[in-house]
Design a protein around this ligand. Structure first.
Ligand code: CAA
Length: 262
């Protein structure tokens, strides 16, 4: 399916969504949200996919935030609806059955940092920039910034970023634990694909179980979270991959993970 505001393609068992409004530095409006949701429908319908990568077209931005030219004319109720649609997108991404890597190749500001945080982890180019500059617009983050950011980097740092609106480099973002790895711009895509291929070689069910345990467990008390892990651990044996992985080890061969549940 062709999209106006994103490019969706697959490379083997890797899905790729590229934000594609380079003239507006890939700023997100309702049409972008709708396109990404539809692309996620395609991802979910394609059981051959093992990993999804989110990135930006145009060489300058991942996503420079929510579209300010859209928001400036909205009523409070319309802004609320827009914010809810961004939150629904974030939850959908977290609930996706395959891992998502954010490949941040430029500005990831406001909604850009927020979308990246809803991915499973972030790789960035040396020239990437992160931040929650909404305070400079007289508003606050509306796509999870006040919630996912403190969970990733701690309350103090999250407050400092949201209150000052400071834009930080990829290196600083890595230092505070927002970004996993930073690469020279011309190596970012290659390195992201390398890790995507590593993930793609693992069992589909066990990847999903890790994602569920960490995302859902993070907001539970330790006993409930460990209960979630026990259930997911046990469920791994409902997938042929669980038995295949252990058998392969014992037979001293590489596992052949096929995904799916028996
Ligand atoms: N919304 C709408 N348009 C945007 C945009 C945004 N978030 N960010 C950039 N653009 C547009 C600019 O208006 C400009 O358009 P024109 O060429 O038509 O004038 C074009 O993209 C290029 O931008 P600049 O000329 O500003 O490029 P620059 O290199 O000088 O600066 C920048 C780059 C620092 C990223 C700057 O564009 C900027 O500060 N953008 C806004 C960042 C921001 O405040 N993001 C948060 C938005 S609010 C939000 O995201 C709320 C939420 O949580 C949901």
């Amino acid at each position: 399916m062709a999209y106006e505001n994103i490019i969706y393609e697959t490379e083997g068992n890797i899905g790729i969504i590229r934000f594609n409004r380079p003239k507006a530095l890939n700023a997100i409006n309702s049409d972008v949200v709708r396109d990404v949701q539809k692309a996620l429908d395609e991802v979910e319908a394609d059981s051959s996919l093992r990993v999804l990568i989110l990135t930006g077209e145009g060489g300058k931005a991942f996503v420079a935030g929510a579209d300010i030219s859209l928001m400036v004319n909205l009523t409070p109720l319309q802004l609320r609806e827009f914010s809810s649609s961004l939150h629904e997108l974030g939850f959908r991404m977290e609930g996706l059955s395959i891992p998502i890597i954010a490949c941040v190749n430029g500005f990831a500001l406001g909604g850009g940092t927020e979308i990246a945080m809803a991915c499973d982890f972030i790789y960035a180019s040396e020239d990437a920039k992160f931040g929650q500059p909404e305070i400079n617009l007289g508003i606050i983050p509306g796509a999870g910034g006040t919630q996912r950011l403190p969970r990733l980097v701690g309350k103090g740092m999250a407050k400092e970023l949201c209150m000052t609106g400071a834009i930080i480099s990829a290196r600083e973002a890595k230092e505070i634990g927002l970004v996993n790895k930073v690469f020279p711009a011309d190596k970012l895509w290659e390195e992201t694909l390398k890790t995507a291929n590593v993930l793609a070689s693992k069992g589909r069910f066990s990847l999903m179980a890790v994602k569920r345990c960490i995302d859902r467990g993070f907001n539970l008390d330790l006993r409930a979270a460990c209960g979630l892990e026990t259930d997911q651990f046990a469920l791994c044996m409902a997938s042929p991959d669980g038995r295949e992985g252990m058998s392969a080890f014992l037979e001293k061969r590489k596992p052949d993970f096929k995904g799916g549940l028996s």
